[in-house]
Design a protein around this ligand. Sequence first.
Ligand SMILES: [Zn+2]
Length: 499
Amino acid sequence: MEQTLFIYNTLTRRKELFRPLHEGRVGMYVCGPTVYGDAHLGHARPAITFDLLFRYLQHIGYKVRYVRNITDVGHLEHDADEGEDKIAKKARLEQLEPMEVAQYYTNRFHEAMAALNCLPPSIEPHATGHIIEQQQLVSEILRNGYAYESNGSVYFDVEKYDKDHKYGILSGRNLEEVKDASRELDGVGEKRRQADFALWKKAQPEHIMRWPSPWSDGFPGWHCECTAMGRKYLGAHFDIHGGGMDLIFPHHECEIAQAVASQGDQMVRYWMHNNMITIEGKKMGKSYNNFITLPQFFSGEHEKLTQAYAPMTIRFFILQAHYRSTVDFGNEALQAAEKGLARLMDGWKALKRLQEGQKVKGAPAVEMSYVDELRSKCYEAMNDDLNSPIVISHLFDACRVINTVLDKKASISAEVAQALLGLFHTFAFDVLGLAEDAEGNNKAREEAFGAVVNMVLEQRVQAKAEKNWALSDKIRDDLAALGFEVKDTKDGFSWTLNK
Ligand SMILES: [Zn+2]
């Protein structure tokens, strides 16, 4: 690899040089959505963050296997071990098959991801398709003495584990803090201690998602699926595990404990976590009931939205912040992102027009060294823990230079213009994953341009009425030269843009 990538490892709390286990290959696992509702802005952030990582790793030459799961069972209410399964609850309320709910929201999630230009993962395993693997994991942990059966359910023995291996290494919490943080539970007497978590839950009679097991008819605990599926598709040891910061505890802490308790050592080498999106200072999330879904952003239909936002505006908004810093949602911030994206895309379009070069007498030339330097600065930013906002600022610098050429204050040779075009394409589209046709406020701009064409054609109607054929023909020919095809119709005119 030519590039030396440093990423922040939550486990060691520092930036580390990334070295994959197997040369040239990377295995990465990212916690996917629980499919009982539409994805919201908070879900867009890990999707875009790890899409950026996926794209960059591939760009610098790695072959990447990217696994992102679909949680379609086992995620109980309030992220605790008691309560009703989120998907089963939705199915019961809407009188649907649980798999119908899961499929519906999986499809909607895929649509939103495609709109955000997130590449599909290499493998997208479903938790319900891996019940056997999860049961095997539970059996191994039982066999190694780190779990106990109680009334048909199986719980992880956190205290026993803590004595041998130390629980809490990822979150930095000690067992006392974990005990205090765990809430009082119903299902009294099943668990030995509050900090213990469920590996298998016996299903109550009304519970509709259930599978036979050596312990009871029931379902796996939420934390099991990622350990079981990560191991199945990436091996007992793999490179990167990612997700939102809110998953560090308890989810990822429990995953580490499950891995060590079952196979004797940790599975994951680099733990990466994106920060949260806040709304009015609070984390945006389903449990806080303060979220705005992605389809609502795209349509503008939500009381907190003053307008619709194009998916690329959302992507650009998220990439404008480093993934480990917080982002506060606000209409003004999104509108600024929309303008910024439009400015970037204007620069791109101008650059395409300049690709044959442009000579201005007496003006200084844009040197190849400028492009080379800008390229190394962009790599430097990406290699420094995926610093996308810095990459964006370098692209804006390229726009500034392009505008200088447009203003005829600088010359550019075809060679330099094409090198700059290549650099822009690499970072804006291949790495940051912006769609090439993104224009930020696309619709409004198109409407404005369309209105101008109509205005010009009204003038032509006027000219024809005055038998000013020279002007009428000139308007038609000039528009044709720009790619507009004008047709005279019974009630006036119609036009199309052939571009
Ligand atoms: Zn997970």
